[in-house]
Design a protein around this ligand. Structure first.
Ligand code: SF4
Length: 731
């Protein structure tokens, strides 16, 4: 919506950072972004913005663009050369020809596509069709694997589909709020403001926070549960044990709407409060209080994020928390439900179009032959392969082994953000072709590129994103693309059109003629094809259009044809999208973390976000004012751990894991428990010192993290790595 106002224009769009999905109004003068304000009409934020959102316009300043953006395609044909500036036509021809050559020589599974939860839904849709439809490989994963895949697997295992059942309005209806594995104050600041508002309006509301660190979110809690890293499944079984013992479960709901409860009873019986207190390190009395509030001071809403997801037991953590809600009937009504908070701005939209290695369009399942046929028919391709694709960690491990020959990386920075950087760096050096499609020239992945494709970014892009509460919002361009940058969906489309000519056998036989399978000229045309693919599915949005989003504002899916507005809450009738129509209890054991702490590696290292930075800092790192909160990387430790090592505040320490090491200053923090440490995820090799694995560059905190991942969701463990800490002797 552009409203000319003299020389100024105002454009409604969405913040590109966290999964809160705040609406913004961008002001431009003479075609240049000059200001940003919160959109008072957007139902996620009602005009508020956090420090990151309120400084977005500064990241679009001409000086930042000149210094930090990738503005021209570039190409190298020999690894010992730097990429040279080239034309779009030459770069796109090269990518298409190289991909076709590798497919002919090694097969389609020699190609790996690695995208981002910061791509728009339209970008994701075309990428998915290009990889799974045209190239014929399911090796398409994104950094959402690091973000939400355990939440997806947890929902599917218990409720049948990947759909958060609650909404932001539920904050004000809940009488008990349980925040676990989420530092909402830092990671979703505007949601935290809404929670503060709900607590003020409802003094009766109880807030329980479970987290190994006493975060800023935990500081606000009525009850804080400082559980040991990785013990969440034991905690949730223990809470259900108490609820059963004290008659707080809802047998009528269990009998009418669920299955598998009797099988779970024995597992839960094995988690009495004394045992759980011992495993989790939480006082027994606090466990009793938490279960009583959650089971009796209802409705109860649970909010959770990466503390549950980024774990080698991520799916089980999600599913056993959902168990509690099903057993107590705390789902499908105002103020109740399990509610995963999305880390990235469009991790949800990516899941909707099936933009991950195990998914297909509109929540269809890759393992289902009928679903594969439906999608192949929709796309007009010969088939969608049955072979499951490689997920994020697996993809880079396969490239490091030489099995994947080409990596196409879009809008993400695996050379900083993936765990076990030694393997990631080897993959980027071993692959025959590395294509990096990026808005910023400053990421750690850019130096590995054989082909650099400059992409547009916030303020220049047009399309949609979906936030944590299933709400689809428009993203709108307020200024022209910088330099020669093009939209991500356009870049995928243009390579796809070239590949169609090089790989005609991939078209379905009934697709006669020369009409391209990628006919899109606008983002809206892409979105319309995605929308039509959702008909009859759980996320049906056939009642929605760009025009309706323009008129009525952001809407929550599902919104089938004929519906006047979106859907705030799911499962209000107690029916679930499983074959039986019943939700399923997850009967899974508690298992301790992998990469165990030992005498040699005695400290459990946790990683996470800071309030004012975003991911690898390619955007937030351009603004000095965002370093006012925390100005440099450090490791947070409890005072007793400093004393034991003869350390003082600010001393340099070497942090070493079984995989690598970094050197950082130490910071005393009362948020940490003895034996635990925390490092922010944002800094990479450019800032941190260290030794790194033999022959490898220094790679920030992910030099330390482990390659372990959840066997069900394939989401890597980023919340625990066993490390040792020792003083660094300066010469
Ligand atoms: Fe942006 Fe998240 Fe801050 Fe909202 S809370 S302004 S979406 S970073």
């Amino acid at each position: 919506i552009r409203a000319p106002e003299g020389e100024r224009q105002h454009t409604r769009a969405t913040c590109p950072y966290c999964g809160t999905g705040c609406g913004v109004i961008i002001e431009t003068r003479h075609g240049q972004i000059v200001d940003v304000q919160g959109d008072p009409d957007h139902p996620a934020n009602f005009g508020r913005l956090c420090t990151k959102g309120s400084t977005l316009h500064l990241t679009a300043a001409p000086a930042v663009t000149q210094a930090a953006r990738l503005l021209q395609p570039a190409l190298r044909t020999q690894r010992d050369q730097a990429p040279q500036a080239t034309t779009w036509s030459t770069a796109l021809d090269h990518v298409a020809q190289e991909l076709a050559r590798i497919v002919r020589t090694h097969g389609p599974d020699a190609i790996g596509f690695y995208g981002s939860g910061q791509l728009l839904t339209e970008d994701y849709y075309v990428l998915n069709k290009l990889a799974k439809g045209l190239v014929g490989t399911n090796n398409l994963d994104t950094n959402s694997r690091l973000c939400m895949s355990s939440a997806v697997a947890g929902y599917k295992a218990t409720l049948g589909v990947d759909a958060p059942p609650a909404c932001y309005d539920d904050f004000q209806h809940a009488r008990t709020l349980f925040i676990v594995g989420a530092n909402t104050a830092y990671a979703h600041p505007i949601l935290f403001r809404r929670i503060e508002g709900a607590r003020k309006a409802n003094p009766d509301q109880k807030l329980i926070v479970a987290d190994p660190r006493k975060t800023e979110t935990a500081e606000m809690a009525d009850l804080y549960l400082p559980l040991r890293p990785g013990t969440d499944v034991a905690l949730f079984h223990g809470l259900l044990h108490i609820a059963l013992a004290e008659g707080l479960i809802d047998m009528a709901y269990i009998e009418a709407h669920t299955e598998g409860f009797e099988a779970l009873r024995a597992t839960v019986a094995d988690h009495p409060p004394a045992r759980v207190a011992d495993v989790c390190g939480v006082p027994e009395a606090d466990l009793l209080q938490a279960a009583r509030w959650m089971g009796a001071h209802t409705p109860t809403l649970s909010l959770y994020c990466q503390g549950l997801n980024q774990s080698s037991r991520g799916t089980d953590k999600n599913a056993t928390l959902i168990n509690f809600h099903l057993a107590t009937g705390q789902i499908g009504k105002p103020g109740a439900g399990p509610f995963s908070l999305t880390g990235q701005p469009n991790a949800m939209g990516g899941r909707e179009v099936g933009g991950m290695a195990n998914l297909l369009s509109a929540h269809r399942d890759l393992a289902n032959p009928a679903h594969r046929e439906e999608v192949a028919a929709l796309w007009g391709v010969a088939d969608v392969p049955a072979q499951p694709g490689k997920t994020a960690v697996e993809m880079f491990e396969a490239a490091a082994r030489g099995e994947i020959k080409a990596l196409w990386i879009a809008c993400t920075n695996p050379a900083q953000s993936l765990p076990d950087q030694a393997t990631v760096r080897k993959a980027l050096e071993t692959a025959e072709l590395v294509v990096v499609q990026e808005a910023f020239a400053t990421t750690a992945t850019v130096p590995y590129a054989d082909v650099l494709l400059p992409a547009t970014t916030w303020g220049e892009k047009d399309g949609t994103v979906t936030n944590s509460e299933r709400r689809i919002s428009r993203v709108r361009a307020a200024q022209a693309p910088s330099g020669l940058a093009r939209h991500d969906w356009q870049i995928f489309r243009d390579v796809a059109r070239r590949l169609e000519a090089l790989m005609p056998e991939r078209r379905a036989t009934w697709r006669t003629g020369t009409t391209t399978l990628f006919p899109y000229e606008t983002a809206e045309q892409v979105w319309n094809e995605h929308r039509d693919s959702t008909r009859g599915r759980d996320l049906d949005i056939t009642g929605l259009s760009y025009a309706l989003l323009e008129q009525q504002g952001p809407q929550q899916w599902p919104m089938p044809e004929g519906h006047a507005q979106g859907t705030a809450r799911l499962y209000t009738d107690g029916r679930f999208p499983t074959p039986s129509g019943r939700a399923r209890f997850a009967n899974v054991p508690y298992e301790p973390v992998q990469d165990p702490c030992t005498a040699e590696f005695p400290i459990s290292l946790n990683t996470g976000r800071l309030r004012d930075q975003w991911h690898g800092m390619s955007r937030t790192g351009t603004l000095g004012r965002l370093f006012g909160h925390v100005s440099e990387p450090c490791i947070d430790l409890h005072a007793t751990d400093l004393q034991q090592r003869g350390l003082a505040e600010g001393d340099l320490v070497e942090v070493r894991s079984r995989r690598g090491s970094v050197i950082v200053p130490v910071h005393t923090s009362e948020a940490q428990r003895p034996g635990q440490a925390f490092m922010a995820m944002h800094w990479g090799q450019e800032v941190l010192g260290g030794t790194g694995p033999e022959g490898q560059a220094r790679t920030g905190v992910n030099a330390l993290t482990s390659p372990f991942f959840c066997p069900k969701s394939k989401q890597p463990e980023l919340k625990h790595a066993a490390v040792q800490i020792s003083p660094v002797q300066l010469p």
